[in-house]
Design a protein around this ligand. Structure first.
Ligand SMILES: [Zn+2]
Ligand SMILES: [Zn+2]
Length: 190
């Protein structure tokens, strides 16, 4: 996938190399400079016997179990919420002893939670691509005026404090999502 920049938003969440669904996970570990992200919506909290366990589904609506095996599992799962999107970097399937195939998370640095559903995440991404294709990627996200003022977190553009204030209610929720999408947009997935 050709990667984007601050001037071009080209992120494609349908690219199954960078964003594989659970049935298309790479068999081999990532090579140096290579990575992928598995996107899954959290469906149900199945935690038991002192271990955080969640039922999740990927974009094909296939359900899997994700179990936390980090050294501080409940701390690392503290932001897991039903309906939010769990993003895990370069994860591979795990065959549990009970015969189920699922995912076993061992490194907390590979996890990111986005406070939106998988469907909403894809809608936001499509909207960003459209803004970029229409030539608005470097304009105020509220009114499309030219500007260089940015949100300090996600680097979205605003032309005035007024525009930022008007957009704040919606932006507050989306800001961490936009920050992550822009980072992925600039990533070379190998
Ligand atoms: Zn504006
Ligand atoms: Zn922001």
């Amino acid at each position: 996938m050709a990667h984007g920049s601050d001037e071009k938003y080209a992120l494609n969440l349908d690219d199954i190399i960078a964003f594989p669904d659970a049935a298309h996970m790479p068999v081999l570990p990532p090579e140096p400079g290579e990575s992928w992200i598995l996107l899954m919506e959290i469906m149900e909290d199945l935690s038991f016997m002192g271990r955080p366990v969640f039922s999740v589904k990927d974009i094909t609506q296939t359900s899997f179990v994700v179990a936390m095996y980090t050294s501080n599992p409940f701390h690392d799962a503290r932001n897991f919420r039903i309906g939010h999107t769990l993003c895990i970097t370069s994860l591979r399937p795990h065959h549990f002893l009970d015969g189920h195939t699922g995912f076993r998370i061992e490194d907390p640095n590979t996890i990111e939670i986005l406070p939106v559903s998988l469907v909403r995440l894809r809608e936001i991404n499509v909207a960003l691509r459209k803004r970029s294709d229409d030539g608005y990627i470097q304009k105020c996200i509220k009114c499309n005026n030219a500007t260089e003022m940015r949100c300090g977190v996600c680097r979205s553009l605003y032309c005035t404090k007024e525009c930022q204030r008007m957009d704040w209610r919606e932006h507050k929720r989306q800001c961490p999502v936009l920050k992550t999408l822009h980072r992925w947009n600039r990533t070379d997935w190998g």
